[in-house]
Design a protein around this ligand. Structure first.
Ligand SMILES: [Zn+2]
Length: 168
């Protein structure tokens, strides 16, 4: 989403980053943070089939955008409650995933269900747990979904946790 007019004076913006030719105000476009949680349920990894774009009809773990003024941890817990209808505690940071030209920075935690039964609510077509050998790799929603689930499985085998793949 690109701002077309200056929020201060209404003039048309030009350049990159978009800058007001009248008052020189620079309109920085910041990244958006998304907080997500991977957790096990009934012996598998809990995934949801998205009922919204982007990634409609494809699988990912619960998560969503961090609100301004909200901690990333609180956002992760809130999103699980809103999307999967259960409580979750965050165990540790799995990784931070960012890509060139992509607006969202995805922060993924490992978590454990504390109350309720995770299930599909309004933002999902379906929800279920997948055994490690049955992850639907070809039907995952995002590149970050691939990388985070791979890291989650690697972490379970004793590899390092908490480093972005980009830092390794
Ligand atoms: Zn202006």
């Amino acid at each position: 989403m690109t701002a077309k007019h200056c929020v201060r004076c209404g003039s048309e913006l030009a350049g990159q980053p978009p800058t007001c030719p009248a008052c020189s105000h620079v309109h920085y476009l910041d990244p958006k943070l998304a907080a997500c949680v991977i957790f096990r349920w009934e012996g598998g990894i809990f995934l949801m089939k998205r009922a919204i774009e982007p990634g409609y009809g494809r699988w990912t773990y619960p998560g969503g955008y961090v609100d301004r003024g909200e901690t990333v941890e609180a956002a992760a817990v809130r999103e699980v409650r809103e999307e999967a209808g259960c409580g979750v505690q965050l165990d540790d940071l799995l990784g931070i995933y960012s890509y060139p030209q992509q607006t969202a920075v995805i922060i993924v935690y490992r978590g454990t269900v504390t109350d309720g039964v995770p299930r599909a609510l309004s933002e999902s077509l379906e929800a279920r747990s997948f055994p490690e050998s049955g992850i639907p790799w070809d039907d995952l929603a995002f590149h970050s979904t691939h990388e985070a689930i791979r890291d989650y499985l690697d972490a379970g085998r004793g590899a390092g946790v908490g480093l972005s793949r980009n830092l390794r």
